[in-house]
Design a protein around this ligand. Structure first.
Ligand code: SF4
Ligand code: SF4
Length: 123
């Protein structure tokens, strides 16, 4: 297997990305999981019909939206980020994480990854 980043079309038309294989472009630096407020619609929680994100790892921020604990103020590490900088709930991570690509359509590393890796001193 040498696949890298796979794009999947979701039922609602959004594109989700999965990292796989030996040529995975994601450095696994966890910079994205330490920088953004990771917010999403509360319907993605496992407590909702069809939801899958562990509810005890999220907190409400508006009546309809939640965020991963630790990221509520931004510049905080997501509670699901493991010590090895991998996602501890990869199969059940929220849509906002699935939508963030490590590589962009021209084949380059996402400029946001470049920026964040420099910001966190991991390049
Ligand atoms: S910042 Fe980019 S390279 Fe680093 S973990 Fe996130 S997606 Fe992967
Ligand atoms: S849920 Fe996983 S991929 Fe999303 S921010 Fe947290 S650790 Fe990163």
């Amino acid at each position: 297997m040498n696949q890298a980043q796979i794009a999947n079309l979701a039922e609602d038309g959004r594109v989700y990305y999965d990292m796989t294989g030996t040529e995975n472009p994601c450095f696994g630096c966890g910079a994205c999981c330490r920088h953004f407020r990771v917010s999403f619609y509360q319907g993605e929680l496992e407590t909702q019909p069809g939801g899958h994100v562990p509810a005890d790892l999220a907190m409400p921020i508006t009546p309809f939206r939640v965020c991963m604990k630790g990221t509520e103020s931004g510049l905080g590490s997501c509670i699901a980020l493991q010590a090895d900088m991998r996602c501890g709930i990869y199969e059940n991570r929220p849509s906002v994480c699935r939508e963030f690509p490590a590589i962009i359509p021209n084949g380059s590393l996402n400029p946001e990854c470049v920026r964040l890796r420099a910001l966190y001193g991991v390049d």
